[in-house]
Design a protein around this ligand. Structure first.
Ligand code: FES
Length: 117
């Protein structure tokens, strides 16, 4: 409820948003995508797949917010540099310290996206 960690991040009309401080009345008629909404027809989102491949989680508390923030980044910038990833993800906290693997997962998803085009 204080927007301190980013674990509750969702996409509202494509913008990463801390749901814990967002009033329901402010999001009426807007598109809200949660971590559960990324999967399509049984296929995980490429960034969800990359998190699994990179083993980018320990307890998993931060993981939904990390993935949603990463998706927001990759939607705006399909080829982020390592520095751009680190800067963008700065507000998402991982108490288990899996930052290196999270960055690797985002890079992996970015490369997979490029390879698919
Ligand atoms: Fe535990 Fe990030 S995996 S807080």
């Amino acid at each position: 409820g204080e927007a301190q960690c980013g674990a509750c991040t969702v996409l509202i009309d494509g913008q990463q948003t801390r749901s814990c401080i967002t009033q329901v009345g402010k999001v009426a008629n807007k598109q809200i995508i949660t971590i559960e909404g990324l999967e399509k027809e049984g296929q995980l989102h490429p960034l969800q797949e990359a998190f699994l491949k990179a083993d980018a989680m320990q307890c998993g508390y931060c993981t939904p917010g990390m993935i949603m923030s990463g998706v927001a980044l990759l939607t705006k910038n399909a080829k982020p540099t390592r520095e751009e990833i680190v800067k963008h993800m700065d507000g998402n906290i991982c108490r288990c310290g899996t930052y290196l693997r999270i960055v690797a997962a985002i890079q992996m998803a970015s490369e997979a996206k490029r390879g698919a085009k």
